[in-house]
Design a protein around this ligand. Structure first.
Ligand code: NAD
Length: 268
């Protein structure tokens, strides 16, 4: 049986890719998508939005018009996603969250909802990126305590948060592996007289330019050599396909707070 999926924020850059991915996925049935009340795409065909031709399903402005989905995929904004978490929790629905930029308190709010609903928080739904998190763990364990660790990320000019949710997650994975507190050891950008690098820090650098879909590199640098672990996304479709994999997995999960490592079976 196919999993019924609705795309929240379906007219956005990711939303349009998610429509296409859901429509083409053999185990998923796309049942609807939401846009803002003020959107110029109200009552618009989802297929037309995604550029794949009409599919006979129209956009909705209210979640109450979308109650026939089993799993909701949300790539909207922080405020909207937090409202959607509450709605899904009240209506016994599963939710895949792709939205990024939540602070610690907001993550706690989503974790709490996970006590009574199945929810995945996935700041990056790409399979390659999530495999990279695993590689970072292995690398940090082997050489992280004596190398300089720096994280670089680049995205398109429209991205609203920095560093990217993925870059922060990379730092978190490394810090957790090394027993460091990321809130204390992170250094965000450098300017002026910065003094020598402190070994225990994890540096973050950000570029925003043009139409870069998403690039992330972790440097593990020693004197004489450095290891770089890099992921480059060339199309948003990679995130959309990963989100479908997450939605399918979540449709069979019990209430809980999950991430892509759970979806991909990468947890030890
Ligand atoms: P976008 O601005 O193009 O799309 C967001 C869409 O959400 C917009 O169309 C907006 O109108 C819509 N929206 C906002 N509030 C809404 C509401 N109340 N009801 C219905 N629609 C609403 O942005 P984007 O590039 O598609 O990214 C969206 C989010 O996903 C961002 O947080 C981004 O960082 C994140 N993102 C995550 C991944 C991942 O792999 N998890 C990949 C790319 C982007």
């Amino acid at each position: 049986m196919k999993v019924k999926v609705a795309i929240l924020g379906c007219s956005g850059r990711m939303g349009r890719n998610l429509i296409q991915a859901a429509h083409e996925h053999q185990s998923i049935e796309l049942v609807g998508g939401s846009v803002r009340e003020s959107s110029s795409f109200v009552d618009f065909d989802l297929g037309e939005l995604a550029g794949i031709g009409a599919i006979g399903i129209k956009t909705s402005t209210q979640l109450t018009e979308l109650t026939n989905a089993d799993v909701y995929i949300d790539f909207t904004s922080i405020e909207t996603t937090l409202e959607n978490v509450q709605w899904c929790n009240e209506h016994n629905k599963a939710l895949v969250i792709g939205t990024t930029g939540f602070n610690d308190e907001q993550v706690e709010q989503i974790k709490k909802a996970g006590q009574t609903m199945p929810v995945i928080l996935a700041p990056n739904t790409s399979v390659g990126v999530n495999l990279m998190f695993k590689l970072l763990q292995v690398t940090a364990k082997a050489i992280g305590d004596y190398t300089d660790i720096e994280i670089f990320e680049a995205h398109h000019r429209f991205k609203k948060d920095a560093p990217s949710g993925t870059a922060v997650k990379m730092g978190q994975v490394i810090a957790d592996t090394l027993g460091r507190d990321l809130n204390k050891c992170a250094v965000y950008g450098r300017e002026g007289i910065t003094e020598e690098r402190k070994q225990e820090t994890i540096g973050f650098a950000t570029v925003r330019a043009g139409d870069i879909v998403g690039e992330h590199t972790a440097f593990f640098a020693d004197l004489g050599e450095r290891l770089e672990i890099t992921h480059k996304a060339s199309s948003r479709m990679t995130f959309a396909l990963g989100a479908m994999r997450a939605a399918f997995w979540l449709s069979e999960a019990d209430a809980g707070f999950y991430d892509m490592q759970d979806v991909l079976g990468l947890k030890e």
